[in-house]
Design a protein around this ligand. Structure first.
Ligand code: FAD
Length: 391
């Protein structure tokens, strides 16, 4: 049996998998490995987010699409997540005059879902914990690991250290992966990282008279060529608006009045919806966040370690596929495990072979959509209206 080893006692011991990172992809991956019967340990830097008052993440909500849903289905939690998602059937383009025009995502009935990141992460962690062969370790930050021995060193917030080994290390520790550090020392490992000139800032649009301030079943977009704002609905009837703009432009705005002046010029329809005072306050609540695109290959070292999710491929968020691609990584890896009867020395290279080109394609598409969403969507919308007018 390939996933088991004969221990010195003669007892059949299951192989141990260490998943580094208990974010979206790490928590899901723990379920995949647990389902196969491996002994799974997750090591996560943060405290348990299910107990925390404030959950820091890379965005408040995100768009879940087919790829991601397939992976959730595999571990039996698709419905749990979908039932708490809000379908978005189309992009709703807001012109400068406040005119709104929908552009469907696909055929009638097709949609993507707006889901709450914190809730999704919590559900995934709880699901992972339902497997008796899974252990979650919070407040464990991977400091380094040894390619030769597989020994991992974790640091805890009180400064103490813990060391452990595993048969397989799965790096799901995000765009700034500590697991990936050892890959950079390997010969013929390719790596590139690009920061785009834009940053992002999230602003909340509260409900008005207990109802959504805008139509909920859309991904709202205000494309303004060199920058844009988008808004996704939340279950509590708020919208999370995300302003994407070059850092230079963010920095030019230093007073509350300048914020309003800027919104008056570019997003006038949102001022009464977000509120003047809220805008003046929230714009300065947190600095704009950077966005990085990371490409690397291969995704594995021998039969010891493999990278998945943002640790393998951080993409810019404009295609709404970062998490979805990360979830698909888990699915693809799982299929290869079947194909090669869980022989890790064959599975890992095959995973890199089939997955690298697809993830690089997603990264390129995301970079392309960076321009599509803020600029082309304007001209395309114009052509689309013309086409409709001529029907
Ligand atoms: P992360 O979510 O970054 O999780 C990594 C985890 O590892 C974290 O919990 C972290 O605490 C932990 N960790 C880090 N270092 C260590 C360490 N040394 N030791 C132990 N643990 C560690 N994707 C979509 O599919 N749809 C969207 O609509 C979408 N919108 C987005 C909007 C924005 C503004 C941004 C920035 C991203 C968006 N994404 C979207 C991308 C998505 O956020 C990521 O692809 C996704 O979070 C990747 O999940 P992950 O688990 O690989 O990494």
């Amino acid at each position: 049996i390939s996933e088991t080893m004969e221990g010195s006692t003669g007892r059949v011991a299951k192989k141990k998998v260490a998943v580094v990172g208990g974010g979206l992809v790490g928590a899901l991956n723990a379920c995949f490995f647990a389902k196969r019967g491996f002994d799974v340990e997750v090591f996560e830097t943060r405290e348990d987010i299910r107990l925390a008052k404030i959950v820091k993440g890379r965005s408040i909500n995100l768009a879940l699409s087919h790829r991601g849903r397939q992976a959730l289905k595999h571990v039996g939690i698709e419905e749990k997540i979908v039932s708490k998602g809000i379908p978005m059937h189309a992009r709703m383009i807001h012109s400068l005059t406040g005119k709104q025009s929908p552009i469907p995502y696909g055929k009638k009935g097709q949609y993507i879902l707006s889901v709450d990141r914190a809730n999704l992460n919590k559900v995934l962690l709880t699901e992972a914990e339902t497997y008796p062969n899974t252990k979650l370790n919070f407040d464990h930050k991977l400091q380094d690991w040894s390619v030769e021995t597989g020994l991992m060193t974790f640091v805890r917030s009180d400064g103490s250290k813990k060391q452990t080994t595993a048969d397989l290390i799965v790096g799901c520790d995000g765009a700034f992966s500590a697991t990936r550090k050892q890959f950079l020392r390997q010969t013929r490992f390719n790596y590139s990282q690009t920061y785009i000139p834009h940053g992002y800032m999230e602003l909340t649009m509260l409900p008005i008279n207990g109802e959504f301030a805008m139509r909920p079943n859309y991904l709202h977009i205000w494309p303004r060529n060199t920058f844009m704002m988008i808004a996704l609905p939340n279950l509590d009837k708020t919208f999370t608006c995300t302003l994407f703009m070059p850092f230079d432009e963010f920095e030019k705005i230093t007073t509350g009045d300048q914020v309003i002046e800027f919104f008056q010029k570019y997003f006038p329809d949102t001022i009464p919806l977000i509120g003047v005072d809220t805008l003046k306050r929230d714009y300065f609540r947190l600095p704009a966040q950077a966005m990085v695109s990371v490409k690397c290959s291969p995704y594995h070292i021998g039969d010891k370690c493999v990278l998945m999710g943002d640790a393998a491929h951080a993409v810019v968020p404009f295609y709404g596929q970062g998490m979805n691609a990360g979830f698909e990584d888990c699915n693809v890896f799982d299929e290869i495990m079947d194909q090669f009867s869980e022989d890790l020395s064959a599975v890992l290279p095959e995973y890199s072979r089939v997955r690298v080109p697809d993830d690089h394609a997603i990264a390129d598409l995301a970079m392309y959509n960076y321009v599509e969403m803020r600029a082309h969507v304007n001209s395309r919308w114009f052509l689309f209206r013309k086409y409709l007018d001529n029907l």
